[in-house]
Design a protein around this ligand. Sequence first.
Ligand SMILES: [Zn+2]
Length: 127
Amino acid sequence: MAGRLLLRTCTTTLRLRNNVVPRPLQRAMASEGGIPTDEEQATGLERRVLMSFKEGKDPYSILEPKYYSGTKEDPQIVPCTLDKRLVGCLCEEDNTAIVWFWLHEGGSQRCPSCGTHYKLAHFELPH
Ligand SMILES: [Zn+2]
């Protein structure tokens, strides 16, 4: 303890004698001043998501899903990486059973129970 104190005192005295200004131990987070924005300090996956939002994409389905009425003109869009996907339709809000059916690429298909239209949309994975 005493040795460290003596060493620090000697070092400070030498710096002051030689007009050496000690540098601060920590640097400010924003080198140009101000508080950095989320885009400036984001890294990794968070940065990739923020860049995708700028392009108008939502690759990880973070945002609230868009509402589709389910009619023939406005079918439910089902994202898929292949040419078919298994879809479960909860036809009415209070139903306890789910109606499962295969949705194939092409035009829209109807749920066999309630008649809601579904359409497959090709989707590329972000990674
Ligand atoms: Zn249905």
